[in-house]
Ligand binder design. Structure first.
Ligand SMILES: Cc1cc2nc3c(=O)[nH]c(=O)nc-3n(C[C@H](O)[C@H](O)[C@H](O)COP(=O)(O)OP(=O)(O)OC[C@H]3O[C@@H](n4cnc5c(N)ncnc54)[C@H](O)[C@@H]3O)c2cc1C
Length: 527
């Protein structure tokens, strides 16, 4: 028993050292950044609403920014830029309330971003549920992992809801600004002239082809984006699919908590989406799922999945399958790899995706909007496309600490939480569950990363390897055997094999040393 305490003590001291290093580094970065940006503040622009000409064209002289897509990113962005006085023209394929299984749990870090953007009331009056943390289940044991919310206002917590209700609230709020116009239409292409995006071509609600022009077009057309191809290098990976069900008339074992079941072959999630409904998302590895239509999916859920879920949810789960409203959605991940293009920018899932296991997508999108808003604020005029494009390259570095932490954690946790026949991977999975169950700094650290409350790349790497070392220590103590040493070595190399490729794709320099990237210091072009 004593070796366990000694061992935890060593890990805690190691972590303390890295925290100290991290805090000092961050303070230094903040000081440098503040002094570089404080000299660039200028007056905000005033604005009128976008004006349509008689032939249906939206004139570039009356629009500052076109936004393609009014989902989570597009509608939040439209409100944010509209509030700053920009004349915004949003083109959205379908203005009816979306009915989807995505974007239903907003992490507390995302809620903080809503507050910063003045959009927090969009989670009011939609029967959204406050979320205070997670419950983690493995082999009949469970642990509660609370969000470390002690230092925040009592309103700050996660929120879960119907995605469509949230989006409609944001669309309405954006549309209530006199300088934001939202139009139903499908954008078919970006209009390019001499390498600069000048606007978009789109089919409006009546099927007529129209064009719209603006100095800046921001593409937020989501995970299936057709428009991103010319603006980035889209390397999309689809590791698995989520199968979605809604459970009614049952209670979660831990009220107002997300539930993660470390099942075989991969995790199962439960969280409330209203006061009477619980969303269940079952991860199915690979790109092909059993067919919903010929009953294969129902059979799979009843025979393979149902025996692994908490007993409190069993009846509700079976009823949900019998009701038959089973939805599926591919889980995509794509590192941000932009081709900076004058006149255009990508945001939201069109730009960057990660596995939805940790519910980080909306938090990253909202955090990116805050970064972009702050960069655009000093600019009166957006017409000098080349200078603007060069200036906005800083966006790709400034967003990194938050975005890359959430992205890396999502990819790494998905791998660690998935079952494997490999003994080293099994040990890593068990070590992760036990490490998080220790509570205190061992759960607060990882949960504050996941929740977006304190997303720091260095802290992420530290906890990830602390889990691996914890796993190895348990193998070797009190008496190591050659087999256990071998499994321990493979556990460490397996952990490295999980996290390093993700970090490489995110960009080591941008992620850990953003202040060394020249674009970090770009000053706004002089109007
Ligand atoms: C299964 C699953 C579960 C998820 N769960 C969570 C979660 O719990 N928490 C979380 O934070 N994130 C979650 N995510 C991720 C989250 O849904 C996304 O990060 C978020 O929705 C991204 O917002 P977006 O605006 O980029 O895309 P979307 O919200 O998808 O919006 C894109 C919009 O663009 C419109 N559009 C598309 N093409 C065109 C066109 N050509 N012209 C005009 N309009 C167009 C669409 O109609 C849509 O309204 C999940 C993802 C998946 C796949």
């Amino acid at each position: 028993m004593a070796y366990k305490f000694l061992y935890q003590g060593v890990i805690a001291s190691l972590m303390g050292l890295v925290f100290l290093y991290n805090t000092l580094l961050t303070r230094l970065f903040k000081k440098t950044k503040t002094s570089s940006s404080s000299c660039s503040s200028m007056a905000f622009p005033g604005g009128n609403c976008s004006q349509k000409t008689r032939n249906g064209e939206v004139d570039g002289s009356t629009t500052d920014i076109i936004i393609v897509g009014a989902g989570v990113a597009g509608s939040a962005l439209a409100y944010t830029l509209g509030k700053d006085g920009r004349r915004v023209h949003v083109i959205e394929r379908d203005l009816n309330e979306p009915d989807r299984i995505v974007g239903e749990l907003l992490q507390p870090g995302g809620y903080l971003k809503l507050l910063e953007l003045g959009l927090e009331d969009c989670v009011d009056r939609i029967d959204a549920q406050p979320i205070f943390g997670y419950a983690l289940y493995k082999d009949g044991k469970n642990a509660r992992l609370s969000y470390p919310l002690e230092n925040f206002h009592s309103d700050v917590a996660g929120r879960s809801f119907h995605n469509g209700r949230f989006i409609q609230r944001m669309r309405r709020k954006a549309g209530s600004l006199p300088n934001v116009s939202i139009e139903q239409g499908t954008v078919t292409s970006l209009l390019k002239q001499n390498g600069t995006i000048k606007g978009v071509q789109y089919k409006n609600k009546d099927g007529h082809v129209s064009t719209a022009y603006a100095p800046l077009t921001i593409v937020c057309d989501g995970c299936f984006s057709n428009l991103r191809r010319s603006l980035c290098d889209p390397k999309v990976d689809v590791p698995s699919c989520f199968v979605g069900l809604v459970l009614e008339n049952c209670e979660l074992p831990y009220a107002n908590h997300g539930h993660v079941i470390l099942a075989d072959p991969s995790p199962i999630l439960f969280y409330p989406i209203s006061s009477t409904e619980i969303r269940c998302l079952v991860d199915v590895p690979g790109q092909k799922v059993p067919s919903v239509y010929d009953g294969e999916m129902a059979l799979y859920l009843k025979t393979m999945v149902a025996p692994q879920i908490p007993v409190e949810l069993y009846d509700g789960f079976i009823s949900a399958i019998d009701k038959g409203n089973i939805r599926t959605m591919p889980n995509r991940s794509m590192p941000a790899a932009p081709h900076p293009t004058p006149g255009a920018l990508l945001m939201g899932d069109a730009f960057n995706m990660r596995h939805p296991l940790t519910g980080g997508g909306m938090t990253v999108a909202l955090s990116d909007i805050v970064v972009l808003r702050d960069l655009l604020r000093p600019l009166r005029d957006l017409h000098d496309a080349s200078s603007l494009c060069r200036y906005l390259e800083s966006f790709y570095t400034l967003r990194k600490p938050v975005a890359s932490t959430i992205n890396t954690l999502a990819g790494a946790l998905y791998k660690v939480f998935s079952a494997s026949p490999d003994p080293a991977r099994k040990e890593m999975r068990q070590a992760c569950f036990d490490y998080l169950s220790l509570g205190g700094v061992f759960s607060n650290g990882p949960v504050s990363l996941l929740s977006g409350l304190n997303p720091r790349p260095m802290t992420l790497v530290l906890h990830f390897f602390a889990v691996a070392i914890y796993g190895v220590g348990r193998l070797l103590l009190p008496f190591p055997s050659p087999t256990r040493i071998w499994i321990g070595a493979r556990l460490i190399s397996g952990a490295a094999g999980i996290i390093f490729p993700i970090i490489k794709a995110e960009g080591v320099r941008q992620m850990f040393f953003p202040v060394t990237v020249p674009a970090y210091y770009r000053a706004p072009p002089v109007d």
